[in-house]
Each structure stands twice: as C-alpha cells, then as structure tokens.
Design a protein around this ligand. Structure first.
Ligand code: 13P
Ligand code: SF4
Length: 330
C-alpha cells in the first residue's frame, strides 16, 4: 500500500481492488465491523448515495455528524463538509474518500484576505456560509447553510450590521429576501454560475409546464426565473410535493439521482449550462468514487484533521447555527 505521504500527495488510497469483489457487500461488512457511518451529500455519484446511511444537504449532514454514535464517519462530500463533521465530533475519526475533493467557493475566500476584510468592518457581525474552510469558520460569529441563511439573518436585530461570505449570490439573495444591507464577500461557486438564461428559456418553451428549481448559489438572473429557490433538500421536497410532473433543475446534477428515485413518474431536466461547460457536475464532489470510498473505509485513510485551536473557535459558530435551526424547527 502507499505510504501516508503518497496518500496525502494523491489525495486517496491507490490500491488494487479484486474486480470480482461486490463493493456494496464489502462496504456494508466494513461499516458493521468498524461501527462506521456513511454521510453523503446529494451531489455524490448515485452508487455512493445508495450505500450511504444518510443523504442530505449541508445542514442535515452537520446535524447527523453532531449526533452520530458511530466511531468512524466516512464523509462522502467535499473537504469543508468533512472538516465541519470533525469540528462537531472531534473524538471521532472522519474519513474523506479523496482529500482533494475541495470547493471553488471555499477557495474563493482565503482566510488571510478575509481577516483583512473583516478588520475593515469592526462593528459588523460575521455570518459565513458553511462552504468555507475551518480557519474561516474560526473567524465567524454564526455559520449558516442555504436552508437557514434567511432565518439566521432574520434572528438578529434589524440594526445589526452584518458581513456575509463567501458566496455573493447567496448573500445577495438573502439581502433581497430579508431587506437587510449585507456587506458581501465576492466569492462564488463554479457550478452554480454556469447556467444559461437563454438555454433555460428555450427548454421552458419546449416544456411549458416544467417548474424551474434553483439553488440560491445561482446568479440573480437565474433566480429571477425560478419557481422555487432552496437548498438541495428543499429542491427535492418541492419536486416531490408539487403536482407538476416536469422540473428543470438549476443545481449540481447529482441531486437528480434522488429526485428520480423518489419520483419515478416525474421528469427532471438538468438546467443547461452555457457554452463553456459540458455538464453541471461539480469536479470536486465527483472526485469521490465507490472504489475510493471502499478503500478509505478499509484502510481508515485519508483522515481529515483540524488543529485543536481551530476546532475550539470554529465549533461555536456552527453550534450557534444548529441551536437557531433547532429553535426554528429546521
Ligand atoms: P446544500 O446541499 O446545503 O444546498 O449545499 C449545496 C452545495 O453547494 C454544497 O456544496
Ligand atoms: Fe463547492 Fe460548488 Fe462544488 Fe458545492 S457545487 S462543492 S459549492 S464548487
């Protein structure tokens, strides 16, 4: 097997897998043997979603990470999500199938630059979207996700000055919905900025009854066209509960797996991207594969670690978010 150094360099365990092995059976066996739980985001490959113990949006995954009694959490998602799980459950081993599963949005907010930005607004409270590094969370007053950002801003006094980062699109959407004047960091997600208004309009002409469902990380031009705006869980619930039978989905394409599974008689179309992109896949999310997940559970590597002094500070704004969400029944 690779050395720890080689694993860290590649980001994953690179080991021969017997092609006759049933990975679903092996992963189930290892899960029981090691008292491990698999938490997966909706943007993961379908087979990973199918083997997961829990699939959810960022809020749901954080809630699960905080309450699990497993010894090992295998996080099928991206690095900031696994870090959040580690911060909430520091005594558990948190594994990520590919350590290099990053996030363009988290990368768009380097902590040393955000520190300077924050210093320019000394009387502002800092709300950060969960899609950021642990170091950034450690500089934050309250963390939020796409399913509670509006409520978290609304839970604060009206005259409270607020910095919101790193996603400018989510920030602008929250500012619009709450009527608050938020100071925004100029960050964005590479997947949610590629949707084409013109191509969506053409698709809607061919499917006039289709509802457009959009994630709030999308640009305002797309959100203005949407019939529903929400987190991945919100989008999934809306599609299930709505009487419409056709939906255009403006978020990462992995969510379509669960949407189709829960609604076999409805049709889901990924919102078309502009000409610079071939699909709506997140290259970071899609670094994880069933094979890497199996090897990481088998070898208990690669592991996500967060320095203790960062955990001590970053846990407070995440717990604050979970407390507010619990009070609001989210
Ligand atoms: P949610 O699942 O919380 O809506 O987040 C979407 C996302 O972009 C995660 O990277
Ligand atoms: Fe980050 Fe966007 Fe990928 Fe989510 S979809 S992990 S926000 S790059």
């Amino acid at each position: 097997m690779d050395t720890l150094e080689e694993i860290n360099l590649k980001g994953f365990v690179d080991e021969y897998i017997d092609p006759t092995l049933d990975l679903f059976v092996e992963i189930e066996r290892l899960k029981k043997e090691k008292n491990a739980v698999i938490l997966a985001h909706y943007y993961q490959e379908g087979d990973i979603q199918d083997i997961a113990d829990y699939i959810g949006d960022s809020l749901g995954l954080s809630q699960q990470a905080a309450k699990t009694d497993a010894d090992i959490i295998v996080f099928a998602g991206v690095h900031f999500m696994a870090e959040t799980a580690k911060i909430l459950s520091p005594n558990k081993k948190v594994l990520l199938p590919d350590l290099k599963a990053g996030c363009s949005l988290a990368d768009s907010c380097p902590p040393h630059l955000f520190r300077k930005f924050k210093e320019s607004y000394p009387d502002h409270l800092v709300i950060t979207y969960v899609n950021c590094t642990a170091e950034l969370k450690a500089m934050t007053d309250i963390v939020c996700t796409s399913s509670n950002a509006i409520q978290i801003v609304e839970s604060l006094p009206k005259d409270q000055k607020i910095i919101f980062g790193p996603d400018k699109n989510l920030g602008a959407y929250v500012a619009k919905k709450t009527g608050r004047d938020l100071v925004l960091w100029n960050g964005a997600c590479m997947v949610h900025e590629i949707f084409s208004r013109e191509k969506i309009t053409k698709l809607k002409e061919r499917h006039p009854n289709a509802k457009l469902l959009a994630h709030p990380e999308c640009e305002d031009v797309i959100l203005q066209m949407a019939d529903y705006i929400g987190s991945t869980t919100g989008i999934l619930k809306y599609a299930t509960n709505n009487l419409a039978t056709e939906f255009i989905v403006a978020t990462e394409a992995g969510i379509l797996h669960q949407m189709q599974k829960d609604n076999p008689n409805k049709k889901f179309f990924p919102a078309p991207p502009n000409n610079t992109c071939a699909c709506n896949d997140c290259p970071h999310m899609k670094r994880n594969t069933l094979e890497k997940l199996y090897l990481c559970l088998k070898n208990e590597m690669p592991e996500v670690t967060v320095p203790e002094h960062i955990i001590a500070r970053a846990v407070k704004p995440i717990e604050r978010m979970l407390e507010i969400s619990a009070q609001l029944g989210l």
